[in-house]
Ligand binder design. Sequence first.
Ligand code: 8YV
Length: 323
Amino acid sequence: MSRPTVLIPGPMNKTVLTGIAENFDVIRLWEADDPDALLAERAKDITAVATGGTTIDGAFLDRLPALQLVASFGVGYDKIDAAAAAERGVIVTNTPGVLDDEVADTALGLLLMTARELSRAERYLRAGSWPERGYPLTKATLSGRTMGILGLGRIGEAIAHRAEAFGISIAYHNRHPKDVAYRYYPTLLELATAVDILMIVIPGGDETRHLVNTEILQALGPDGILINVARGTVVDEEALVEALHSNTILSAGLDVFEHEPKVHPGLLDLDNAVLLPHVGSATTPTRNAMGQLVVDNLTTWYTTGAPLTPVHESTALVQNLHN
Ligand code: 8YV
């Protein structure tokens, strides 16, 4: 039997590249001299795409008439139009679960850096200022505070468990309440009003775009801390810069940005913002585990017809295949 052909549109995690090469014919589109010509020539052979950040919309899918599966690297898949894929009978998979602890660790690290000004204090030491005077006391402490989690999924729960160990109380807002002991708020505005720390873990995409706006930041208030480890698009970045500048909120810790890797210049100028270059899941073991799950989704699709981790837009398709 001939080996299935997998298209990789852009540069990709090494575990994926090595793992796929063992059992599939691979087209590395980003290395082609004329990617459009190559795509047109090979389109009829391509039955799967492995991707890690390329935009895959209806127009792209229409260029691949034989496509069956899009295996995406990462838990968030906002760059892929999974509904358009489902309409065309194409299943999308992502890499949930294997990165929960890593992202939760980053979230807590970012919270500590922000509340206790740890990166600013380190800059103070390196600048040689300590012998003159000790670093000023921080206004915020984490003890006895309440964290509101926007998007209590698997990563949100991993963050909640860690935060509880710090003595932080947990509340959350989802579309529907879950069977958990944490207090549920039916609206984001009520959650932001009730908590000291707003932790964003909700998926990106059109549905959640600019959910955190001026009104929400005002509700969070002058002692409030915003942490975002999800997608930059969830926050209206202009409104956030203004809120940090005018002390409408105390501070923000951000691992993600609306136009990353470009960062709003207004954020770069602010001392009450801690900024990380999207490192939530960025360790070698976790990225390898994510890469292996991409490979495993492809392999199981071709060997059993049942991908391991289809996204929710694809579940009906998968069920129909097995009925
Ligand atoms: C990665 C992420 O940075 O999984 C996600 O949704 O945002 C991160 O784990 C991203 O997948 C890298 O491409």
